[in-house]
Design a binder for this molecule. Structure first.
Ligand SMILES: Nc1ncnc2c1ncn2[C@@H]1O[C@H](COP(=O)(O)OP(=O)(O)O)[C@@H](O)[C@H]1O
Ligand SMILES: [Mg+2]
Length: 465
């Protein structure tokens, strides 16, 4: 048995891509086609050879060199110097291939049959490609070399930015072949390391861009005085690499709410009570310390707020539909075909976001009246792939609902629900810099979600990235 596993593993490491290309794979379980990734790289058709695998494990065995948050911030202090930019770029050059190699090996160590799932394999290939391309770059010595590396890094960040729906789909399809705890460990590690990789990589790309802007600003200044002005205005800039040092949280939350409101409107449409022309989409209120500004990575808050808000808007809209009283409206909860005799008397409570700022921490409470979470569900909501969205698809076990599948292929912000990755991933994002995510539910009433985030500045202490 063990021998068979070893042989399988060797085959997987050496020639899975080849067998996938020639169609000789065992399709003994339900799979869907992966979405197409456009890759212009010469690595997309590369067969992974034994030599590559040996090289890969050499990198994967190297220890991770964490960078502390204060060290990360020190590279972006204005004005950015050439030395600092080159030093940080060389750190990325040595560190990123090691981290990518560890992820590639984690994919290789999945059970053989899970690795042959097309979605999982596609993500594995993208990680492998990222590793190959980054490890081959020569240590940068000049600004020009740094710029080329930065462009390459951006391409790789972009190629890996849309992999989560594929991972979710693949893991769901292959769930029967892995224990729940093993899947959780694999996904926690993948997502945690992905956050770190992106923080480090995006910081380089942003620093490189800010350095260019700094130089251009000085070059365009006609005299000594305007050079000084250019430097001063640059020093006052709100960015330290990828970190916005004066992030206006109320503004960002408002944009997230408007985005999800639109999504909700598109998804749930308008109630059939045309005389009242009543929309099923909830309104929102933002209150508290509206002037709060703090230092954080905007894309992280955007991701977390979108996931929490999608849940809150969905719960509120569906609870409103349910509360409209008609038994047929209950049956049609998912296909949203309301019967003509729905009462439309219930009003939808707005979703309320409250912002507070304490000592080095910002807290956002998101309150909805979407009926809360019942006791039997509440233990599972932070599990990967757990979603009440595709509950009606029992006859199609192991695959996502049609709507979710469509949304998986849609790159704009992910589906409104259905992957079951929103809460577990948001929790990891919140905890990455020492924050937290807590959810309190009053069944048959609503939910309060508390998102606590520390300021990413000197006061943070040394968080390891
Ligand atoms: N605000 C909320 N109100 C009611 N239920 C919620 C709320 N937030 C999350 N849930 C429940 O938790 C489940 C998991 O949420 P999530 O991880 O975001 O996955 P998904 O949204 O894809 O279902 C949801 O399917 C839903 O049942
Ligand atoms: Mg969700």
């Amino acid at each position: 048995m063990l021998k068979n596993v070893t042989i399988f593993r060797a085959l997987f490491n050496a020639g899975t891509l080849h067998r996938l290309k020639t169609g000789k794979i065992n399709k003994s379980f339900s799979i869907t086609q992966p979405k197409t990734y456009i890759s212009t790289s010469k690595y997309s058709n590369k067969i992974i050879s034994f030599y590559d695998t040996a090289l890969l494990s050499k990198f994967a065995k190297k220890p991770i060199k964490n960078i502390t948050s204060s060290h990360l911030l020190s590279f972006g202090v204005k004005p950015i110097t050439e030395n600092k930019l080159l030093e940080y770029t060389r750190f990325c050059q040595t560190e990123l291939p090691v981290r990518l190699a560890k992820r590639v090996v984690a994919f290789q160590n999945l059970p053989f049959i899970v690795g042959t799932n097309p979605h999982i394999f596609e993500v594995y290939r993208l990680y492998y490609e990222g590793f190959e391309r980054l490890r081959m770059s020569k240590p940068v010595n000049t600004l020009e070399e740094q710029k080329k590396y930065s462009d390459l890094l951006l391409q790789i960040i972009q190629s890996l930015s849309q992999v989560i729906p594929s991972v979710a789909q693949g893991m769901l399809e292959a769930s029967r072949y892995m224990k729940k705890e093993t899947t959780k460990k694999f996904l926690d590690d993948l997502i945690w390391s992905r956050i770190g990789l992106r923080v480090i990589g995006e910081h380089q790309v942003s620093l490189s861009k800010q350095y260019d802007e700094q130089i251009q600003g000085i070059a365009q200044s006609a005299n000594k005085k305007s050079v000084k002005n250019a430097i001063n205005s640059f020093n006052e800039m709100d960015w330290n690499g990828s970190i916005n040092t004066n992030l206006k949280i109320a503004k960002l939350l408002e944009q997230s709410c408007l985005f999800v409101q639109n999504m909700c409107e598109l998804h749930y449409g308008t109630s059939h009570c045309l005389s009242k022309n009543k929309s099923i989409t909830p309104q929102f209120i933002i209150d508290g310390d509206l002037e709060t500004e703090f230092s954080y990575i905007p894309s992280h808050i955007e991701y977390m707020s979108l996931e929490i808000l999608k849940n809150a808007f969905r719960a509120s809209a569906e609870y409103a539909i349910k509360s409209q009283g008609s038994s047929s409206s209950q049956n049609n909860l998912y296909n949203l075909g309301f019967s003509d005799h729905t009462s439309c008397e219930s009003s939808i409570e707005p979703i309320k976001l409250t912002i507070t700022k304490g000592h080095g921490t910002v807290c956002i409470r998101i309150r909805d009246h979407g009926g809360g979470i019942n006791a039997e569900t509440s233990n599972s909501i932070f599990d990967y792939s757990y979603s009440t969205y595709h509950k009606k698809d029992d006859d199609n076990e192991g695959t996502l609902s049609l709507l979710s599948n469509l949304a998986v292929n849609n790159h704009g912000g992910g589906p409104i629900a259905g992957l079951g990755f929103g809460l577990p991933m948001t929790k990891l994002y919140a905890e990455y810099f020492g924050g937290s995510l807590d959810l309190f539910s009053i069944p048959a009433y609503g939910c309060d979600i508390f998102l606590k985030l520390p300021c990413i500045d000197k006061s943070l202490g040394d968080i390891q990235i």
